[in-house]
Write a protein that binds this ligand. Structure first.
Ligand SMILES: Nc1nc2c(ncn2[C@@H]2O[C@H](COP(=O)(O)OP(=O)(O)OP(=O)(O)O)[C@@H](O)[C@H]2O)c(=O)[nH]1
Ligand SMILES: [Mg+2]
Length: 341
């Protein structure tokens, strides 16, 4: 299984401007030397663009340096140097780009094809052919240079910080073993590993879900949380960044209380962890779901759970599929309500 990487730092170096040329053409008739040196080409830019083809920042673990091509030098007969080749860095949708040195946000890339120039190429130097006619005015592209400089300007250099927050409409949260992966496997084409032990899922998993009304949305299964996650217990809260942008949470609780667990305790503890991570995450609308209702112990627990939880509780079995279509109705209703607000 590929490793899921959601943070990276990289260096972007734009191309330097090519040198302007100093050369003279000897006029046969007047014997006057006529300057005919061409301009240097501008350096290439470093551009970051989002694409749905990428889903993690894994590539940037092995490749950290990105540089665009330098501009070509000018030559005699007023020949301009070629523009340096741009360097394109493709990142997943949901990438937040900031300047690593200042911490300033550059841009969030949310839609396919969103792009931003992160390092500008240097302007090409000015060839002497242009000196006479353009005295005092710069005609070169890119970063400003002295109008009469043969030297090209250096390309911009920038250290970038990338942080990925997946874009999903619904986040499925719950204690380890609650059945989150079983559920996403049932409602989407995603098939993360399912096993009867905690922390089976170690990476967030996205799945496209078709709602009863025909609309397609994205759900994310995040690794299980346990009490103390905000102090780094279990897998900690590192993956909760991926539910920050969801609109609705499906809070799944194992109602069968496998391994002697208490569903009421689990529910309370998970909400406390969400709150410890960020109050805004804890404040997201939750659809409270009682899972594993096919197990004999679940019924008794459900009655007790309903009494202590002050919310509507939806009983399902992710394993048999019972109640799952009702859950999708609820998700659809909740998303509709939010979009009307
Ligand atoms: N009886 C019953 N078992 C279920 C149900 N849903 C999941 N299970 C079982 O519970 C165990 C854990 O299921 P997973 O889907 O891996 O749980 P998870 O919440 O993704 O677990 P982590 O990835 O470890 O956080 C597996 O043995 C599943 O077969 C259910 O509705 N009924
Ligand atoms: Mg799982």
């Amino acid at each position: 299984m590929t490793r899921f990487v959601d943070q990276a730092t990289l260096d972007a170096l734009a191309g330097h401007g090519g040198k302007g040329c100093r050369s003279f053409y000897q006029d046969l008739w007047t014997r006057h030397p006529i300057p005919d040196g061409g301009d240097g080409g501008a350096g290439g830019q470093v551009i970051v663009r989002s694409t749905p083809q990428q889903t993690t920042l894994l590539d940037f673990q092995t490749r950290r340096h990105f540089r665009a091509g330098n501009g070509g030098h000018g030559s005699s007969k007023k020949k301009h140097g070629a523009r340096g080749a741009d360097c394109l860095i493709e990142v997943p949708l949901g990438t937040i780009l900031s300047d690593a040195a200042t911490g300033d946000l550059i841009r969030e890339l949310l839609r396919p094809g969103d792009e931003v120039i992160v390092a500008r190429g240097g302007a090409g130097g000015v060839g002497n052919a242009a000196w006479a006619k353009s005295r005092g005015s710069s005609h070169a592209m890119g970063r400003p240079i002295s109008p009469l400089s043969l030297e090209g300007a250096p390309g911009e250099k920038r250290r970038l910080r990338l942080e990925l927050k997946l874009l999903a409409d619904v986040g499925i949260v719950g204690m380890p073993n609650a059945g989150k992966s079983t559920l996403i496997g049932r409602i989407s084409a995603a098939h993360p590993k399912v096993a009867p032990f905690p922390f089976t899922t170690t990476n967030p998993v996205l799945g496209a879900v078709t709602l009863p009304g025909g609309r397609s949305i994205v759900a994310v299964d995040v690794p299980g949380l346990i009490e103390g996650a905000h102090r780094g217990k279990g897998l900690g809260l590192a993956f909760l960044r991926h539910i920050e942008r969801t609109r609705v949470l499906v809070h799944l609780t194992d109602m069968a209380g496998v391994d002697g667990r208490d569903p009421v305790e689990d529910f309370r503890a998970l909400n406390a962890e969400l709150k410890a991570y960020h109050p805004a995450v804890a404040a997201k609308p939750q659809i409270v779901v009682a899972n594993k209702m096919d197990e004999p112990t679940a019924k008794g627990n459900l009655a007790r759970f309903r009494k202590s939880v002050k919310a509507a509780v939806l009983p399902v079995s992710a394993k048999t599929g019972e109640g799952v279509s009702k859950l999708l109705d609820k998700v659809e209703e909740q998303l509709k309500k939010l979009s009307e607000q």
